[in-house]
Design a protein around this ligand. Structure first.
Ligand SMILES: [Zn+2]
Length: 292
């Protein structure tokens, strides 16, 4: 009996650890305080994001640096007769805030380099990812999530022809991306950015369809133009952003973090320096972020 005890005990401990860790990584439900008596949920350690409750009633935040996600997909909400439509939220207008957004990633080179720079500077940002890229680089998507940046949906295909054929086609592509993202990080975004932006793409029937699904779309009001033709340089992006951020106290800045955007990585430290000098703090896009 005694000879068996130590290994049996070790086995039990191992099993227990396995249960605890698997519970932690798949659960990720900071808002659902369930009765399993777990003491692992520590009040001192915030999860770094807000998880929408069943009725979407907890999305009016007082902190613009906290990302918001949903544990349920739109189909799951509908199956359970839960609302998908966002309640009326008061846009967050306080102080001087810059929202850095990086589209079209993640890749495995420029996105990690951007994450390193953001970490060194203690700056949160928003990454509008495509489903295709998320599938290719799930570990980078996980890193974005774990470092408490916001992840937004930027379609699966980034194909204008498909996306802008009809609102139904657009939503189907977005929901496909939700599923990919949730598979990797356990939650899905409520925010999205229409590839190429709304003007010239959305017809009048798109906004009501998006509102019904509960998606919160944000374009931008400052562009680095880092995806412009003619091989623009890091200095061009710095000048673009510097020139467009005077006399503004609310900026959503468009940049890209996918393959080929090495110049954006090069420009980022100086961009952060300029914005800080101008007195900006930094936030992440949520459903309460004002429209640019
Ligand atoms: Zn894009």
């Amino acid at each position: 009996m005694n000879t068996h005890n130590p290994s049996f005990g070790r086995l039990l401990i191992l099993l227990f650890l396995l249960l605890v860790t698997s519970g932690c990584s798949s659960g990720m439900t900071p808002s659902s305080a369930d009765s399993d008596g777990s003491t692992a949920k520590s009040a001192e350690e915030p999860p770094g994001y807000v998880l929408a409750d069943d009725t979407l009633s907890n999305l009016q935040l007082d902190d613009p640096t906290v990302p918001v996600y949903d544990a349920l997909t739109i189909e799951e909400r509908r199956e359970r007769s839960l609302p998908t439509r966002m309640p009326a939220l008061t846009p967050f207008h306080e102080g001087k805030i810059a929202y850095l957004t990086f589209d079209d990633g993640p890749d495995d080179k420029n996105t990690p380099a951007i994450l390193d720079i953001l970490r060194e500077n203690h700056v949160p940002a928003t990454f509008y990812v495509t489903g295709q890229h998320a599938q290719l680089h799930p570990e980078v998507l996980r890193r974005i999530f774990e470092e408490h940046h916001a992840i937004g949906n930027h379609s699966f295909s980034h194909n204008y022809k498909t996306l802008y054929a009809s609102p139904a086609a657009f939503l189907s592509d977005m929901q496909k991306t939700d599923a990919v993202i949730r598979e990797i990080i356990g939650v899905r975004p409520l925010i999205l950015r229409a590839p190429g932006g709304v003007p010239g793409h959305f017809t009048a029937s798109y906004p009501p369809a998006l509102a019904d699904a509960g998606y919160s779309e944000h374009d931008w009001n400052v562009s680095s133009a880092d995806a412009a033709p003619g091989h623009p340089t890091a200095q061009d992006f710095i000048d673009n952003i510097d020139g467009q951020t005077n006399q503004k106290d609310f900026v959503i800045i468009l940049m890209h973090c996918s393959e080929g955007h090495e110049e954006t990585v090069k420009a980022l430290p100086e961009i952060l320096h300029i914005l800080k000098e101008k007195g900006f703090t930094f936030g992440v896009i949520t459903p309460m972020t004002p429209q640019p």
